[in-house]
Write a protein that binds this ligand. Structure first.
Ligand code: URA
Length: 270
């Protein structure tokens, strides 16, 4: 490098982060520009030793959720009688393949006594670093969206996700990974027992509403979320994910309508 970055590790790291490199996928550099001859099929004593290069580690594939892991999730979730116990149960659960690749468990943020609970999708790199949901760029937009209707995680909003660990490379969580987190998410909603539930993004909405429809059709309506552990059905709606709104600002007007509707529902629930 000619700009002095190679002599300044902090600047180099900053350069990588700015370029979107937020994850180490191998511990040895791979020079993809150098052509290598294919190694002989049977190396002879005379032949030079084949160059062994560690391939860059691919994004780890999803592990299938086994029945035991699912049953363990149901047992652990049901045994929790408080949000604190549930957090400990999630942190102690090893049945979800995502946990192996994550640095932190991202359980929740905000006030568990709040009248409204938001359930997003999956932690990203910032969330994985801090162990808190929605603290990156899309989290900043979510905070502004909440503030526009008088909500803040510090006081009257509670925020979690449909999975508790960052999927490697920010891929979407698989059905299996969602399935083993779901008993905890459902128990989480029962223990918080919010007056209003907001599902942020298509994955969260589809999973918790049990509908195959996309977010564009799910948003803008109210549903009733019901489980045996809830004293009554919870009025529930879906909201465009802030990451989507950052990519498609023309959709913000729909999100604004949804936020007003949430504000009205909360006022009616008082
Ligand atoms: N997106 C989510 O859905 N959840 C987070 O915690 C961060 C980004």
């Amino acid at each position: 490098m000619t700009d002095g970055l190679s002599e300044n590790p902090a600047a180099l790291l900053r350069w990588y982060i700015d370029a979107g490199v937020d994850e180490c996928i191998g511990d040895a550099p791979v020079d993809r520009l150098t052509k290598r001859a294919p190694a002989p099929a049977t190396p002879s004593a005379a032949a030079p030793a084949p160059v062994t290069m560690r391939p860059a580690m691919p994004v780890p594939a999803a592990m299938p959720a086994d029945a035991d892991a699912l049953a363990a999730a149901v047992r652990a979730a049901q045994a929790a009688t408080t949000v604190a116990e549930l957090r400990a149960a999630v942190e102690g659960y090893d049945g979800c393949g995502l946990k192996k690749f994550a640095s932190r468990t991202v359980f929740a943020d905000g006030n568990p006594e709040a009248p409204v609970m938001f359930v997003g999708e999956a932690p990203g790199a910032d969330e994985d670093r801090q162990g808190l949901p929605f603290v990156g760029v899309s989290g900043k937009l979510l905070d502004r969206m909440l503030a526009s209707i008088g909500l803040a995680r510090e006081t009257n909003a509670y925020i979690t996700n449909i999975v508790f660990w960052r999927p490697p490379g920010n891929r979407a969580p698989t059905d299996e990974e969602i399935a083993c987190c779901l008993p905890f998410v459902r128990r989480h909603i029962e223990l918080v027992d919010p007056q209003v539930l907001v599902l942020v993004g298509g994955m969260s909405a589809k999973t918790l509403l049990g509908k195959p429809t996309g977010i564009t059709r799910l948003r803008g309506h109210w549903y009733e979320y019901e489980t045996p552990g809830l004293p009554r059905p919870v009025p529930t709606t879906a909201l465009f994910h802030p990451a989507y709104l950052l990519r498609s600002p023309d959709q913000k007007r729909f999100a604004w309508r949804d936020l007003i509707s949430i504000k009205q529902k909360l006022a009616a629930a008082k």
